[in-house]
Design a protein around this ligand. Structure first.
Ligand SMILES: *[C@@H]1O[C@H](CO)[C@@H](O)[C@H](O)[C@H]1NC(C)=O
Ligand SMILES: *[C@@H]1O[C@H](CO)[C@@H](O)[C@H](O)[C@H]1NC(C)=O
Ligand SMILES: *[C@@H]1O[C@H](CO)[C@@H](O)[C@H](O)[C@H]1NC(C)=O
Length: 981
């Protein structure tokens, strides 16, 4: 978890300016509380305010004052060409010092990837990371041999200054064009701008809490922030990749005419073409999406663009993910249901929660702990009160025996002990310090910020010894407590004070964080979701009046109370990293607020300014290697908060600190779809909501919705009412209903993940990707697909008993959708938007005609579900066909030595299964084959050419369903089997 919302938005401006990243000298005053513990003053997190450039009426538009560049000296290379760029006039030095000489490289790297790079021609060792991401930190894009045939074409001009265009060869469509705009390249500011078509359809550029389609009046800021999952601000991760989709009508001559999605009619057939653009720049930046353009403004780095021609979303995603890194394969158990909360106080309480789930017969796979397990919030030390080392062993043994798992939180910051208090020893710090593992101040002293344990230090992922130290600590802790995965938090990287605020104050350790923790005076009174006033007026009124009086007793400092803003101007050749001349639209204001200061220094001299958005990726890599050291053959399971392009190769991700309210649930869908595009398919939001109190209705709807997200976890803040699925009888029923479907579908989900990991396919999918010819779906984000075959239309509105949804393809007549619960095809509606009854406890789920779904039986754990008989569900398409796939292995190994691939194919009333054995022996029998959409059957029905006895055949002519009971023990052993009806 992070800084509670109430404090999260506090910007500075009132206190004395402290020298960022130097030892803070302000003399702290002792707290008035009876406890002797010193509290870090709230002012420690204040810094003089900035006004974001995009909101500053005085801001200068670089496009109007900068000269641009002129290209010359073109040299052909085996894969493209290089050229020199020289400043085309007098320096503008608008938000930094202009760089006179740049080098352009254009490479047709692969059939599906064009690379355009512009870097300063003169780079020295000491300024390399101002422009270039340290080699090896991220996956490097592999380049094919020369003579690539590309679907894209690069052209350029010097008129009026250097600009370039990327065109799709087949259609001559201009995908990206900086022509007619100025390229600005300074030591602290890089700007380029491309034109885009009117009402363009752009997706990605996460992490955002925003609608699925990004819109043309939106600035996306990348500066990893511990900010709470709030709409439109910069949050935890940075993924500078977008997908753009264009829709066309095709003339008789084959000529394509662009149409905008608001000009089209639903369920009509248009041609659609998609492409992708990845800007491999990790610096703090604003990306401005305006009416007909996109403008990139970064605080450093280089222009490092990758263009992917598509021509549809799956190809673009494949091109992108094979560039930054394919998603990690997850262990089978990670798809079970996870329960977590901040506030579980002991192993005994965890065990109670597990037992309660068992008692109510609700599936529960993994129990998690938030920071409560740690001794004074210090990583790798169990709190002997409640979480003693000895009891952990029995607890974990019993958990594992029941097929369940345990995942603890691990924070990114490391406690630094009080040098005058010998009792305050913390060997984890001592060992890290010896390894030189921590970030420093510019003067070489250790950088000391503040996080949960008090004053803390921060691992430096560029220092040589850091990763091995981290691995050793994780291995050592695993010997005490046999955890099954790691939850990495606070990795933005968050710090509750500006600068090295603890440097001179270590003798005060252990200090208290600069705000009240739950249970302490000043901690906010929690409120309830919208609509709770209707269902429980008395309690709602009480909570909101208590919150109001709390708010007046503890007013927050206004973010805009500052009379003046810091505006800096460039000093030739010198970077002002704490207050760059261009102020990005950072939710925290100055870059040093609530995060490590930009001038914190890495072992090789690199400043945090250049690495900020990459810190979270560094700890995920190190943690991956640590879990691999613990279990060399098992796929590491990591849940990470701050991510960068490519982090999906190491970790899963959750939506961060959301709220127990309806908008948080609504936004979880576009969040997940965006993470699908960005290569982190293992995504889910804190179900029932993290901050504030949830209520029965919200939790009911949300437990059902999240059951169809790949990562499924209920998580709650300390102090809020309990929200485990068994707390309300209606939520018990609703959860069981949805989980029964989820657990039946586990083999399907697992197969989807295998294809995500091996082929960059997506797991949760937007309707726009599955139905690319229908522009009316370009912004559909209130319903979604799980893989190609399952569609979910959840209720997202308080008090609703029905939901409006669309059934793509119905009007065209090419699709059939089967209601999961009554097994019949839904009738063709007269309108695109259909009202679907959905009383509380019912989540509309549909199988798409044309699908074969291998199912197993629901159970309390995935282990038991995996040991249950198989059913094959066939949902026939209009033409009676269907296809499907199944992948099996041990569910654990990085390189499984046994696998099974099955393909299902239905044609002419015959299901054929082709099995490719890679050594996996599947011992669970095939129980039933169920077929939806059957018009008629022939007699007799044959399995592998042999007659099936009539008593094993159940045909319902009204519902068009056929169930054939096979109880075949040998279905998975041969080369395949067939069923004819
Ligand atoms: C980088 O530093 C070198 C000195 O090593 C200097 O010559 C060069 O101009 C600098 N380049 C940029 C783009 O800052
Ligand atoms: C763009 O968004 C801002 C708020 O973010 C709003 O004030 C403005 O009206 C919007 N402009 C258009 C053209 O919609
Ligand atoms: C829609 O058009 C595409 C070509 O743009 C074609 O492949 C597809 O089959 C068409 N679908 C229908 C239902 O006509």
């Amino acid at each position: 978890m992070g800084i509670p919302r109430t404090w999260g938005g506090v910007l500075g401006g009132l206190s004395a300016f402290c020298a960022i990243a130097q030892a803070q000298t302000s003399t702290p005053s002792p707290t008035s509380s009876a406890s002797a513990q010193f509290t870090v003053p709230a002012e420690a997190n204040f810094a003089p305010a900035v006004i974001p450039n995009i909101k500053d009426p005085q801001a200068v538009d670089a496009q109007t004052v900068c000269p641009g560049y002129t290209a010359s000296n073109v040299q052909q290379t085996s894969s493209g060409f290089t050229a020199s760029l020289a400043l085309a006039g007098n320096s503008c030095n608008v938000y930094g010092t202009d760089i006179d000489a740049l080098s352009l490289t254009v490479e047709y790297q692969r059939e599906d990837r064009l690379h355009v790079s512009i870097v300063p021609t003169h780079i020295g060792a000491e300024n390399a990371t101002h422009y270039i991401i340290p080699p090896g930190y991220l996956a490097e894009a592999e380049v094919e041999e020369s003579n690539v045939v590309s679907g894209l074409e690069f052209s350029w001009t010097n008129d009026p200054s250097f600009g370039f265009e990327v065109t799709r060869k087949s259609t001559k469509d201009v995908l990206f064009s900086t022509k007619g705009t100025k390229l600005v390249f300074e030591n602290q500011f890089v700007e380029f701008k491309s034109s885009l078509p009117e009402n363009y359809n752009l997706y990605g550029l996460g992490e955002s809490i925003h609608g699925f389609k990004l819109g043309n009046n939106y600035t996306k800021t990348f500066y990893a922030a511990d900010a709470g999952a709030t709409v439109d601000i910069n949050v935890y991760g940075a993924h500078p990749f977008y997908l753009e989709t264009r829709y066309f009508t095709e003339g008789a001559d084959g000529k394509l005419t662009l149409v905008t999605s608001d000009e089209t009619s639903p369920n009509s057939n248009y041609t659609s073409l998609s492409h992708g653009v990845f800007s491999r720049n990790a610096h703090g930046q604003d990306i401005l999406m305006q009416e007909d353009s996109i403008t990139y403004r970064a605080l450093g780095g280089s222009i490092d663009l990758y263009f992917f021609p598509g021509p549809s979303q799956p190809e673009v995603t494949k091109s992108y993910l094979t560039t930054v890194g394919l998603p990690a394969m997850q262990q089978y158990w990670t798809f079970g249901f996870h329960q977590c909360r901040w506030g579980y106080k002991s192993w005994a309480e965890l065990e109670d929660v597990v037992n309660n789930y068992t008692h109510f017969e609700i599936p529960m796979e993994t129990i998690w702990t938030d920071i409560d397990w740690m001794l004074r919030y210090r990583d790798f030390e169990n709190d002997p009160e409640g979480f003693d080392d000895e009891s952990s062993k029995g607890f974990i043994q019993r958990l594992h025996d029941s097929g369940r798992h345990y995942v603890p939180i691990i924070d990114s910051a490391i406690y630094i002990p009080n040098p005058e208090d010998l009792e305050d020893a913390y060997p984890v710090f001592e060992r890290g310090n010896e390894a030189g593992a921590f970030l420093t101040n510019p003067d070489g002293s250790i950088y000391v910020g503040a996080v949960w344990p008090g004053y803390t230090v921060f691992p430096d992922w560029l220092a040589e010894g850091t990763e091995q130290w981290w691995i050793d600590e994780m291995v050592r802790y695993h010997q005490t407590t046999g955890y099954d995965g790691a939850w990495i938090d606070m990795s933005e990287i968050s710090s509750f004070c500006v600068g090295s605020c603890g440097s001179n104050n270590l003798t005060l350790q252990p200090v208290h964080v600069p705000f009240a923790l739950p249970g302490e005076p000043g901690n906010p009174v929690l409120i309830y979701p919208e609509g709770f006033n209707k269902t429980n007026a008395t309690e709602a009124a009480f909570a909101s009046s208590a919150r109001a009086s709390w708010s007046s007793a503890y007013p927050t400092t206004s973010a805009t109370s500052s009379a003046s803003y810091v505006r800096t101007t460039p000093t030739p050749g010198v970077r002002d990293v704490n207050y760059p001349p261009y102020a990005i639209n950072n939710v925290k204001g100055p870059l040093a607020v609530a995060a490590i200061s930009p001038n914190a220094t890495h072992a090789d001299g690199t400043l945090e300014y250049d690495m900020h958005n990459l810190w979270g990726h560094g700890i995920l890599k190190a943690t991956y290697n640590a879990l691999s050291a613990i279990s060399p053959d098992a796929r590491p399971f990591i849940l990470g908060r701050s991510t960068f392009a490519g982090s999906g190769s190491y970790a899963a991700h959750w939506g961060g600190d959301n709220w127990s309210n309806w908008p948080s649930m609504i936004f979880s869908i576009p969040q997940a779809l965006s993470m699908s595009l960005l290569g982190i398919p293992m995504f889910g939001a804190d179900t029932c909501g993290f901050a504030d109190n949830t209520d029965m209705e919200l939790c009911n709807r949300w437990m059902q919705l999240s059951a169809f997200f790949p990562f499924y976890r209920n998580h709650n803040i300390i102090g809020a009412i309990s929200q485990e699925a068994y707390r309300w009888s209606s939520v018990i029923d609703a959860s069981k209903t949805a989980m029964a479907i989820r657990y039946q579908l586990l083999p399907y989900m697992y197969t989807l993940f295998y294809h995500a990991h091996t082929k960059a396919e997506t797991v949760m999918r937007a309707l726009a990707w599955e139905f690319p010819h229908d522009p009316s779906l370009a912004n559909a984000d209130r319903q979604f697909m799980l893989g190609p075959s399952i569609m979910v239309i959840p209720v997202l509105e308080q008090g609703a008993t029905s939901v409006n949804g669309v059934f793509p393809g119905l009007i065209e007549g090419e699709e059939v959708w089967y209601d999961w619960y009554n097994n019949t095809a839904i009738p063709v509606p007269s309108q695109a938007n259909t009202t679907i009854p959905a009383p509380l406890g019912h989540i509309p789920v549909y199988a798409r005609g044309g699908s074969v779904l291998p199912l197993q039986q629901a159970a309390l754990t995935t282990r038991d579900a995996r040991n249950s008989p198989w059913d094959i569900l066939v949902a026939l398409a209009k033409d009676g066909s269907a296809t499907g796939k199944l992948y099996l292995d041990d569910g654990v190994s990085v390189t499984p030595d046994a696998t099974l691939h099955a393909e299902f194919k239905v044609e002419n009333r015959k299901l054929e299964t082709i099995i490719e054995h890679g050594g996996w022996v599947e011992e669970n029998s095939l129980r039933n084959v169920t077929i939806w959409g059957v018009e008629k059957t022939k007699s007799p029905i044959k399995f592998n050419g042999k007659v099936v006895s009539a008593k094993n055949v159940h045909f319902n002519g009204d519902k068009h369903t056929l169930v054939v009971s096979l109880s075949s023990a040998s279905a998975w052993t041969g080369k395949g089997w067939s069923l004819e009806w």
